[in-house]
Design a protein around this ligand. Structure first.
Ligand code: NAP
Length: 303
């Protein structure tokens, strides 16, 4: 049994979780942040953040480091371990991790989201062998090679801009002929001479045994096209990383934690912040905003 009972335990050290930690510590509550990977969350793969007020152009890594330092300076504890199960004991919540058990009087879930897969056979097996979910992490391996990006949102188009300057040829594969990506961004990509749009197709097969040698895409009429490439960059959105909480709190049919702007979940003493919450706008500033609200609600709950 754990010796210490924290006032607030936060799962996830992205922008939402770290902001919650800042607010919880400023309210003088003992605070533990549990993170399975590294602090910063989704933004650590972003070179240039254009919409964080006051610091246009800051990199995701720099912003994360600044916020993490603030969290540490305020005296929050941070443990890098993965949460396996969470149990509600009423006045306390028991959090089992791969590193031991932690107990808190309140819990803030700020786990964000994970990359959605294309759903093509052998996608997981070929990840790291030419299939990647992060152009800024892996793009440099494809200097003067041919690559394909799958997706029609802002991520796919930012990836296309980045990869067009690295790779020889970039195919942008999308299942429709219109895009979720911002129109201005689409125009920038259209202006790149080495980017070819392959539209109204779905990816169906990854070619290559030990490493990627191509991607097969299929049109609605069943006609197939082989794109001969060395790399497949998947940018088809993200899904909430909430599975481990499904017995504890209400999730919607897509897996998002059901909560309004007060960030309260269906379980007393459990709050949610950031991209894993049901909400309309998933941006850095709204994640930070959720973190502040969830921590304030937790402080109010603790009395
Ligand atoms: P997204 O906007 O949800 O776009 C996902 C794309 O993938 C859509 O075009 C979708 O097609 C396609 N797709 C989904 N499932 C698929 C499947 N199984 N097979 C093939 N295609 C599939 O995701 P995102 O681009 O990652 O962006 C997420 C959020 O972050 C957005 O709000 C975006 O604006 C934001 N973002 C902002 C910035 C920035 O401002 N700096 C950068 C990146 C992302 P359909 O369109 O047909 O559904």
């Amino acid at each position: 049994m754990a010796e210490k009972v924290y006032d607030v335990i936060i799962v996830g050290a992205g922008i939402a979780g770290m902001t919650a930690a800042i607010y919880a510590r400023r309210a003088n509550k003992s605070t533990l942040v549990l993170e399975s990977k590294t602090y910063g969350g989704q933004i650590i793969n972003t070179f240039n953040i254009a919409n964080w007020p006051g610091e246009p152009g800051i990199s995701g890594v720099d912003l994360s480091q600044n916020i993490y330092k603030q969290v540490e300076d305020l005296g929050a504890e941070v443990e890098f371990s993965e949460v396996i199960t969470v149990k509600d004991n009423g006045e306390t919540k028991e959090i089992e991790t791969d590193d031991g058990m932690y107990v808190g009087r309140s819990l803030i879930i700020a786990v964000g989201s994970v990359d959605r897969e294309m759903g093509v056979p052998r996608e997981q097996e070929m990840t790291g062998r030419g299939v990647s979910y992060c152009a800024t992490c892996d793009g440099a391996f494809y200097k003067d090679k041919d690559v394909v990006i799958v997706g029609g949102g802002n991520t796919a188009f930012y990836d296309a801009l980045y990869l067009a300057d690295v790779a020889k040829k970039v195919y942008l594969v999308h299942r429709r002929d219109s895009f979720r990506a911002d129109a201005a961004l689409v125009e920038k990509v259209r202006a790149k001479k080495n980017v070819e749009f392959v539209l109204e197709v779905r990816p169906v097969e990854i070619l290559g045994e030990k490493k990627v040698e191509g991607l097969v895409v299929e049109k609605k009429d069943g006609k197939k096209q082989n794109l001969v490439v060395d790399g497949v960059f998947v940018a088809v959105g993200r899904v909430p990383a909430t599975k481990i909480f499904s017995d504890l709190i209400d999730l919607d049919n897509k897996g998002y934690v059901v909560a309004g702007e007060d960030c309260r979940t269906s379980c007393a003493g459990v709050f949610v912040a950031g991209d894993c919450r049901t909400k309309d706008v998933r941006q850095l500033v709204t994640a930070a905003s959720d973190g502040a609200i969830a921590a304030n609600e937790a402080v109010r709950y603790l009395g």
